[in-house]
Design a protein around this ligand. Structure first.
Ligand code: PLP
Length: 392
């Protein structure tokens, strides 16, 4: 029997549930690419991205997914042979570094764990040892979507400063910007990137990059630059060049509506909503863990991401849970990837998600555990409700 008909619910860490308002905004004809409405919309999105990234630097829009945003970010500031230090805390910073390596960067990984945040002291020590300042950039994620770890970006900045090191700080905010506090300028982030389809509630297909003055200076001598990603072309002021060609109009129509929704709710309120939904998720996982099978990927609560929770499934194939949730309940969870392949599932609680929707997601997990006879502590959803009741 399936009970999956009805509106499908995405609880995987991207893409996320697209608001109806965003979908409706996209349902319109294409327009002349240089029309005032298209160029004005581009300018408004570029300006509003500064509000989201909290920067007075430059912002850029690409018709690309997050991987494209990665390439846009590093090709604009690096040269072939440049050493970059990638801070491991799961899968995503490493993937970013691998792409830089393919383009000719000399990639070093600061070892880390899937179970805890980057250690700023280890970073400081490594940078102090680089007396000749060979390392040109430090690449990190704020939230690693594979491990569910959240890194402390201000502490990473302090470590770089404490070492007196000039490396650029480059941050992947795909799974964090629009879900939790991110302060590009006041935290001293030089290059930040994000994408449309997670906390920013748009359609998959847009990547966003922001650069401060130091990054723009590094850009002047970068030799990995290539035509489509290049910031210089996009900064000429010509409307057509802001997209290096025709604007991805429908993605922009959707993103415009999504940004309006973000500002109507308010970034601080959105961060609080994410923190509250994450705490409720943690309460449920904590209760289920009493059965001895499920457990947190990240033991330390303060290092768990507010947008996604990785749940280890010791000795049980996590696909039993995710298949049941999808096929019987209409809820799409994330499977573990990388080190967590076949060992974990992930509950995303990011983007356009209400308490009601989250309880539906957690209910689907608990139903799967019961229906499939997977040992678990009772009352996960009840614990989530208690957590929410306390918060509201
Ligand atoms: C999803 C994600 C990416 C990759 O984005 P795609 O749009 O799938 O290319 C990169 N970094 C992080 C942290 C992500 O969560």
């Amino acid at each position: 029997m399936t009970l999956a008909n009805g509106r499908p619910l995405l609880a995987m860490p991207g893409p996320t549930n697209m608001p109806d308002r965003v979908l409706q905004a996209m349902m319109r004809p294409a327009e002349e690419l240089a029309s005032p409405s298209i160029t004005g919309m581009t300018d408004s999105i570029l300006a509003d991205l500064k509000r989201v990234f909290r920067t007075s630097g430059e912002t850029f829009i690409y018709a690309a997914n997050g991987h494209g945003g990665w390439e846009a970010a590093f090709t604009n500031v690096l040269s072939r042979g440049d050493k970059v230090l990638v801070l491991a805390s799961g899968r995503f910073a490493i993937g970013w570094g691998e792409m830089a390596g393919m383009m000719g960067a000399d990639v070093e990984i600061l070892p880390g764990s899937w179970r805890e945040a980057v250690d700023p002291a280890a970073l400081e020590q490594r940078l102090r040892a680089d007396a000749g300042h060979a390392i040109k950039a430090v690449m990190t994620v704020q939230i690693d979507t594979a491990s569910g770890v959240v890194n402390d970006i201000p502490a990473i900045r302090r470590a770089i400063d404490a070492a007196g090191h000039p490396a650029l700080l480059m941050v992947d905010g795909v799974a964090s910007i629009g879900c939790m506090q991110f302060e590009m300028d006041s935290w001293g982030v030089d290059v930040a990137m994000g994408a449309s389809q997670k906390g920013l509630m748009g359609s998959p297909g847009l990547a966003f990059v922001a650069a401060n003055a130091r990054a723009l200076e590094a850009h002047q001598s970068a030799d990995m630059r290539s035509g489509y990603w290049d910031w210089t072309g996009r900064l000429t002021g010509l409307g057509y060049m802001k997209h290096c060609g025709t604007a991805p109009e429908h993605l922009l129509f959707g993103q415009r509506a999504a940004l309006d929704m973000l500002f109507e709710e308010g970034l601080e309120a959105i961060w609080a909503r994410h923190a509250t939904l994450a705490a409720a998720t943690h309460a449920a996982v904590e209760a289920w863990s009493a059965g001895g099978v499920l457990g947190f990927g990240v033991p330390e609560a303060a290092q768990r991401a507010p947008s996604v929770t990785a749940v280890l499934t010791q000795g049980v194939d996590p696909a039993i849970i995710t298949d049941f949730a999808r096929d019987v309940c209409g809820v799409s969870l994330g499977l573990g990837i990388g080190d967590y392949a076949d060992r974990a599932f992930r509950i995303a609680h990011m983007g356009h998600l209400s308490a009601g929707a989250l309880l539906g997601v957690l209910g689907a997990v608990e139903l799967a555990l019961q229906a499939k006879g997977i040992p678990h502590g009772a009352g996960g959803v009840t614990a989530a409700i208690a957590s929410l009741a306390k918060a509201v």
